[in-house]
Design a protein around this ligand. Structure first.
Ligand SMILES: NC(=O)c1ccc[n+]([C@@H]2O[C@H](COP(=O)([O-])OP(=O)(O)OC[C@H]3O[C@@H](n4cnc5c(N)ncnc54)[C@H](O)[C@@H]3O)[C@@H](O)[C@H]2O)c1
Length: 269
C-alpha cells in the first residue's frame, strides 16, 4: 500500500476552506474520510460532494473542545470504517466571535483567550488523545496538526491565536516523541497566508496585497497547497518524517523583516 490508499482519515474543521481541500484530496487518493466539523450541515455537504465525485466519506458533527464530542467522533469513525490511520487537526476558532476579538491584549476578554485555547489547543490534544488509542489498535498512524507561522513571531494582534499555535507545535513534538515507537508519526504544518473565504473576508484586497509584499512567491497560498503538504505528511512515503514542522508559507518566515521595504520588482521590458 502506498500514499493514503484505503487509509481511514479524520479531518477536523473539514467543512472549512483548508479542511475541505484536505478531505477532498485525501479521498481522491483513495482514503476513506470523516469530514468532522462543528457545522454539521456544512460537513455533510462536503462529504456528499466527495461521495458524488466517487470517493468514500461520511460527515460527523463535532465540537473539538469537548472531550465527549471527540470521543463520539473517533467512535463514529471506527464504527463506519473499522479503523483509524490518519488525523488532521485542522479546526480552529477563526470566526469574528473569537479571532475577530483577539485584538489588543489589554482590551481582550478572558473568554476570547479561553475559547481560543479550548478550540485550537485543547481540541487537537483531545483528538490526539483518542485517535492514538484507536491508531494503536490499527497498528500505527499519522497525525498532522495545523499550526501557523503565527506560532513563530510576535504580532500586533491575534496574541491568543499565536500562543495557541505555538503550544500546538510543542504538543506535536511531544506526541512524535512519546508515540513514535508505536508506529505513530506526528508532524505539523505552518501555513502562511492561505486564501479561504474566511481569510479573504477578514483581510480584504488591501490586506491581501500587504501580505503579498512579504511573501517571496508570486502568489499567496491556496487550500490546495496545504492539502498537498498534508497528503504527503500522512502518506507512507513520509514514513521517516516525524516531529517536523513543515512551513507552507511562501517564504514569509525565511527572510529578514526589511525585505518588503527594500525589494524593488524588476521592470518588465
Ligand atoms: N487561512 C489561513 O491563512 C491560515 C493561515 C495559517 C493557519 N491556518 C490554519 O488553518 C486551519 C484552517 O483554517 P481555514 O482558513 O480553513 O479556516 P476556516 O474558518 O475556513 O475553517 C475552520 C473550520 O473549523 C471549524 N471549527 C471551528 N471551531 C470548531 C470546533 N470547536 N469544532 C470543530 N470544528 C470547528 C469551522 O466550522 C470551520 O469549518 C486553522 O487551524 C487555521 O488556524 C490558516
Amino acid at each position: 500500500m502506498t500514499g493514503v490508499d484505503q487509509k481511514v482519515a479524520v479531518v477536523t474543521g473539514g467543512a472549512g476552506g483548508i479542511g475541505t481541500a484536505v478531505a477532498s484530496t485525501l479521498a481522491a487518493r483513495g482514503a476513506r474520510v470523516v469530514v468532522a466539523d462543528v457545522d454539521g450541515a456544512a460537513a455533510r455537504r462536503v462529504a456528499d460532494a466527495i461521495v458524488d465525485a466517487g470517493g468514500a466519506a461520511i460527515s460527523c458533527p463535532v465540537d473539538v473542545a469537548s472531550e465527549a464530542s471527540v470521543v463520539e467522533m473517533i467512535g463514529a469513525t471506527v464504527d463506519a470504517f473499522g479503523r483509524l490511520d490518519i488525523l488532521h487537526n485542522n479546526a480552529a476558532a477563526m470566526g469574528d466571535d473569537v479571532l475577530g476579538r483577539d485584538l489588543d491584549l489589554v482590551e481582550m476578554s478572558v473568554e476570547v483567550w479561553d475559547t481560543t485555547m479550548a478550540v485550537n489547543l485543547r481540541g487537537p490534544m483531545l483528538a490526539c488523545k483518542h485517535a492514538i488509542a484507536a491508531m494503536r489498535r490499527s497498528g500505527g498512524g499519522a497525525i498532522v496538526n495545523t499550526a501557523s507561522v503565527a506560532a513563530y513571531g510576535g504580532d500586533l494582534q491575534f496574541m491568543a491565536y499565536g500562543a495557541s499555535k505555538a503550544g500546538l507545535v510543542n504538543l506535536t513534538k511531544s506526541i512524535a516523541t512519546r508515540y513514535g515507537k508505536e508506529n505513530i508519526r506526528c508532524n505539523a504544518i505552518a501555513p502562511g497566508m492561505i486564501l479561504t473565504p474566511t481569510s479573504r473576508a477578514r483581510l480584504g484586497e488591501a490586506g491581501i496585497e500587504l501580505f503579498m509584499r512579504h511573501h517571496l512567491t508570486t502568489r499567496v497560498g491556496s487550500p490546495e497547497d496545504i492539502a498537498e503538504a498534508v497528503a504527503y505528511l500522512v502518506s507512507d512515503e513520509a514514513g521517516y518524517v516525524t516531529g517536523h514542522v513543515l512551513y507552507v508559507d511562501g517564504g514569509v518566515t525565511a527572510h529578514l523583516p526589511h525585505f518588503a521595504d527594500l525589494y524593488e520588482p524588476v521592470e518588465e521590458t
